[in-house]
Design a protein. Structure first.
Length: 76
């Protein structure tokens, strides 16, 4: 479960066994979790994040999309 980025309260990572899916990341904070596709950036799943916090997370992912995609491609 490689962690790609930590920013503020968020841990952004992917699972090492999900290479059969399109590039994506998971984001956790406390007991909240979500999943975002990377191409294009879009939310795939949300567990307990508010709409405003999801917008902030999406902004972080967009700002770091290149880094996240590079990490995905390097790993898989």
């Amino acid at each position: 479960m490689p962690t790609v980025l930590r920013t503020g309260p968020y841990r952004i990572y992917f699972y090492s066994h999900e290479s059969n899916e399109p590039p994506h990341v998971h984001v956790d904070r406390d007991d909240q979790s979500c999943k975002f596709w990377l191409q294009p950036v879009a939310m795939a799943r949300n567990l307990r994040f508010s709409a405003s916090e999801l917008r902030n997370i999406e902004k972080i992912i967009i700002e770091n999309e290149r880094l996240l995609l590079e990490a995905w491609n390097d790993y898989f």
